[in-house]
Ligand binder design. Structure first.
Ligand SMILES: NC(=O)c1ccc[n+]([C@@H]2O[C@H](COP(=O)([O-])OP(=O)(O)OC[C@H]3O[C@@H](n4cnc5c(N)ncnc54)[C@H](OP(=O)(O)O)[C@@H]3O)[C@@H](O)[C@H]2O)c1
Length: 328
């Protein structure tokens, strides 16, 4: 089978290799053999190539935060999964053509969801929904503000917030995104920069904002914090700028703000299985009705993994690059 690996860290498009390795086989009754057919490229995958995230020494080939595939075979003790089922893997070593999983390491999805929506369901829509539902008790009509609003998480958050009747202020760092983010259900789209709080207050009629969602860090975090109402929560889930968050301490002191961090990997490790299954069933249903933002914008075969990685780095924020194990 084919598997992606990287002998050394560096620019993903320079160091990635698609190698042939032996197929795994079922060795115990509780195992499930999945033929992976597609995986997307996320920023966290790119950072692993670059050595920003440490490689797990216990599993040097651990690469790939998400993937979808079809069950090929199940052990005798497996009850809830059958050959032919479409599943997503909850593991983080998914960029290989066949995966040997146990039931708690996958989610079975309705076949109606389709391969592409399934491939991008695990990470970004789940992150967006959990960001919206975990850190503030919000009611229809309430406002949420986020930066990197054109990212996959940001787009999912816009669509999910709109479906809940929440209103969003969406901060981006370049022109030309307003129409597409409004088409997803975003209320306002603003360029990040000085006097963000003043612009936001004008647009929202000075309405309270109790949740701010940050994927950028640096001074952008401070500008988001400046838009929160007293007692509001800023939750950070990414640091695309690479810079430490800079927040005016007076905002925390006088605004009684809360700072939180979100990491999906921790959520998946610490949350009861039934809740995780329920989360993905909800998201899968939303994907099937078109309530999630479209996820995939480019497709490559695994033999072109270097081109796929280069494309993914060049087109961040414009939809996910999907890699398939299709044979030409
Ligand atoms: N904590 C978690 O569990 C979790 C889960 C999912 C994702 N994440 C993180 O969330 C972030 C977004 O992921 P994604 O897959 O949604 O991203 P994506 O679709 O690839 O989009 C990347 C976004 O980052 C922006 N960006 C890139 N470089 C930047 C910079 N130097 N300064 C400011 N903004 C910059 C892009 O803006 P332009 O379009 O203008 O370039 C775009 O909005 C990543 O950091 C990812 O690792 C975390």
């Amino acid at each position: 089978m084919r598997q992606i690996t990287f002998p050394t860290t560096g620019r993903p498009a320079d160091v990635a290799e698609c190698v042939d390795v032996p197929d795994p086989v079922l060795t115990s009754d509780d195992q499930i053999l999945v033929r992976v057919d597609a995986f997307p490229i996320n920023p966290a995958d790119l950072l692993l190539f670059r050595g920003v995230y440490p490689r797990n020494p216990a599993n040097g080939d651990a690469l790939g935060n998400e993937a979808t595939g079809i069950v090929e075979a199940v052990g005798a003790a497996v009850r809830g999964i059958a050959p032919g089922d479409r599943v997503i893997s909850l593991r983080t070593d998914n960029w290989r053509e066949r995966l040997l999983l146990r039931e708690h390491e996958l989610i079975r999805l309705s076949p109606e969801i389709g391969r592409e929506a399934a491939a991008v369901l695990k990470v970004n829509p789940a992150t967006a929904l959990l960001l919206l539902e975990t850190y503030a008790a919000l009611s229809p009509g309430d406002w949420v503000i986020q930066n990197a609003a054109n990212s996959a998480v940001g787009r999912a958050l816009i669509a999910l917030a709109a479906a809940k009747g929440l209103r969003t202020v969406n901060i981006v760092r370049r022109q030309g995104l307003a129409d597409e983010l409004r088409a997803l259900g975003g209320d306002h789209v603003l360029l990040d920069g000085d006097d963000l709080a003043g612009q936001v207050a004008t647009l929202t009629g000075d309405a309270p904002i109790r949740l701010a969602v940050d994927a950028v860090g640096g001074a952008s975090t401070g500008r988001l914090a400046g838009c929160l109402s007293a007692g509001g929560t800023l939750v950070t889930y990414g640091a695309m700028s690479g810079d430490p968050m800079r927040i005016d301490p007076a905002r925390l002191v006088f605004g009684d703000l809360r700072l939180r961090g979100f990491w999906l990997t921790r959520y998946l490790a610490e949350t009861p299985r039934a809740d995780i299954v329920a989360l993905y069933q909800r998201l899968s249903a939303l994907a099937r009705t078109g309530a999630l933002a479209p996820g995939v914008s480019a497709r490559f075969q695994v033999s072109d993994i270097r081109a796929a990685l280069a494309h993914a780095e060049e087109t961040m924020g414009q939809g996910k690059t999907l890699v398939t194990f299709d044979r030409p």
